[in-house]
Design a protein around this ligand. Structure first.
Ligand SMILES: Cc1cc2nc3c(=O)[nH]c(=O)nc-3n(C[C@H](O)[C@H](O)[C@H](O)COP(=O)(O)OP(=O)(O)OC[C@H]3O[C@@H](n4cnc5c(N)ncnc54)[C@H](O)[C@@H]3O)c2cc1C
Ligand code: FES
Length: 510
């Protein structure tokens, strides 16, 4: 697909610049990460009277939140029947109420602050074209009804194809996530609260009491009695072993215009390959149809270009495609029992909180997280909090899956080390824009030739725990199949648990 990777959301807003941290600072709550979780938390906490500071490593809303599909729904694939059977009905109720309340909270914030962000109420459907999923959808429907959702079961959806079964939730919504969150961000600075960009948190010093000291790459520090880690992958682990308790999956989206009419509504398949549908009114008056799907574990997706082709093929089989305007991809983390970790990071540092593992449903889970963490910090009881407590993952509840994930990591660690790479001798034969793992002078290296013809060679050993990286041809990055760290073609850390860049390798035979 011959268009650059860029999300419609990022392309259709102007980002104001926020200053870098330029001195030591003391606040009530330090919030690390400027995605939906961090920005909403800071907004709500400032409203509750706290002095807050958001620290964003690069630019706010450029992470997963800038690349979402932005359905605001409590319908999260098949989830309620799973929580109901693996945990209990009370836990399913807490999850349902937290996420439905998040939709209401977003609507209230928009109305109270007159935010123009293309918010609209929409029904959400989960559908199947595979009869093996009918029973699961029936279960999900029955559980949803018990939990109080306005849900219905049918054998058709408004999209122009036949389905075997579908569950519809009413009172769901969609919006332009960045128009909404940039508005929230604009309320944060002032009256003792701050929003800093280009300020990466490096470490949290827990013995610096009273309060926690966060060191940053600016050389300055922030001190606060409460810290929220909203960095997507928790940059500070606090012995919580988060890298082994969450796994990343990438997913893809294309934005197209069509000559026929999109019927409205938001849709997702129950089965694989996953497909997600919604539309969005663009500022030029045209309607953008967004088709998502093709998820796979990070670093395990093979030729990543193919995923966009597959989405386009689905689009062409469904609508008269006029133009493909956008394509983008991003990743999100899933926990072992599919319920996010929201709450205290560990048992020894009571003022440090985390919110992660939204399983591609962070518009509501991220908003719910902000509401739950606000209550923790205020000392208020929150009735949804128990299901999300990070320390819940114990042998019994999810030990099987926990072991499976770690076996998967170990398998990749060993397999990728043993896999032979193509030998490169003399001049490295790569086209402009091409990247590959090669054996250079007896060692595995990652080589990429940029569009100007310059060769970039890196050590493909992940700086987190040593797995071998894969080349991502669609996003021009080196991706780790173990815990989802990603690096630019010249080795800089983009996301995930890795903190150090890849080693750069000099090669005279360019
Ligand atoms: C393809 C796809 C489609 C999706 N569609 C939907 C959808 O339709 N509906 C829905 O509800 N959810 C959806 N999601 C999920 C949702 O987008 C995410 O769960 C959510 O955006 C995560 O937000 P976040 O704030 O936790 O993380 P992010 O948005 O990634 O923000 C984290 C921020 O922390 C910063 N950071 C990291 N480390 C540091 C550090 N050390 N110091 C300072 N800052 C740091 C990063 O730069 C980043 O800006 C989708 C996800 C994917 C992958
Ligand atoms: S992210 Fe853990 S080894 Fe690469």
């Amino acid at each position: 697909m011959n268009i650059p990777s860029q999300s419609y959301w990022m392309a259709s807003v102007d980002f104001p610049e926020y200053e870098q941290l330029s001195g030591n600072l003391d606040v009530d709550v330090a919030i690390i990460g400027g995605g939906i979780t961090g920005i909403t938390s800071a907004f709500l906490l400032k409203q509750s009277g706290f002095k807050t500071a958001v620290l964003e490593a690069s630019r706010i809303l450029h992470g997963t939140t800038g690349h979402t599909t932005a359905k605001i729904t409590a319908q999260h694939d098949i989830i309620y029947s799973i929580i109901n059977s693996k945990m209990d009905e009370e836990s399913a109720k807490q999850y349902a109420e937290a996420n439905q309340a998040a939709i209401q909270a977003i609507d209230t914030i928009i109305q109270q602050n007159n935010i123009d962000c293309d918010f609209s109420w929409q029904p959400a459907y989960i559908y199947t074209q595979d009869e093996n999923y009918i029973l699961q959808l029936q279960n999900e429907y029955e559980t949803a009804l018990k939990l109080g959702f306005s849900a219905s079961f049918s054998e058709e959806v408004p999209l122009p194809f036949k389905v075997k079964a579908a569950v519809r939730f009413d009172n769901q919504a969609q919006f332009h996530p960045l128009k909404y969150l940039l508005a929230l961000a604009s309320f944060i600075p002032g009256n003792g609260s701050y929003l800093f960009e280009n300020t990466k948190a490096i470490d949290i010093h827990t013995k610096s009491g009273p309060g926690y000291e966060i060191s940053t790459d600016t050389g300055f520090r922030i001190k606060a009695p409460n810290v929220i880690i909203a960095t997507h992958y928790p940059f500070y682990d606090g012995d919580g072993m988060y890298f082994a308790r969450i796994y990343p999956e990438r997913s893809y989206a294309i934005g197209i215009t069509i000559t026929d009419t999109y019927p409205g509504g938001m849709y997702i398949t129950a089965e694989n390959p996953g497909r997600s549908w919604r539309s969005h009114p663009m500022d030029n008056g045209e309607e953008l149809v967004i088709i998502g799907g093709e998820h796979h574990k990070t670093g395990q997706g093979g030729d990543t270009q193919i995923h966009y082709q597959n989405l386009l093929e689905t689009a062409r089989n469904t609508f008269q495609v006029k133009e493909v305007l956008y394509r983008w991809s991003t990743q999100d983390y899933t926990t072992m029992d599919q319920v996010p970790y929201i709450g205290p990071l560990n048992s020894k540092d009571p003022g440090i909180y985390v919110a992660t593992g939204f399983r591609k449903w962070g518009m509501t889970n991220g908003t719910a997280a902000a509401m739950i963490l606000r209550d923790y910090i205020l000392g208020n009881e929150n009735e949804w909090a128990p299901v999300f407590i990070p320390s819940r993952v114990k042998p019994g509840a999810s030990a099987g899956k926990f072991v499976t994930e770690n076996v998967d990591v170990a398998k990749h660690l060993i397999k990728s080390k043993l896999k032979p790479a193509e030998k490169a001798e003399g001049k490295i034969e790569l086209q402009a824009g091409e990247g590959k793992v090669l054996e250079i002078e007896g060692k595995k290296r990652g080589a990429y030739r940029d569009m100007q013809g310059q060769l970039h060679i890196v050590d493909t050993t992940c700086t987190h725990m040593g797995c071998e990286l894969s080349w991502n041809s669609a996003e021009l990055s080196w991706d780790c199949p173990c815990h989802g760290s990603r690096f630019t073609y010249d080795g800089k850390v983009m996301e995930g648990p890795a903190q150090k860049p890849l080693g750069k390798i000099e090669n005279k035979n360019v």
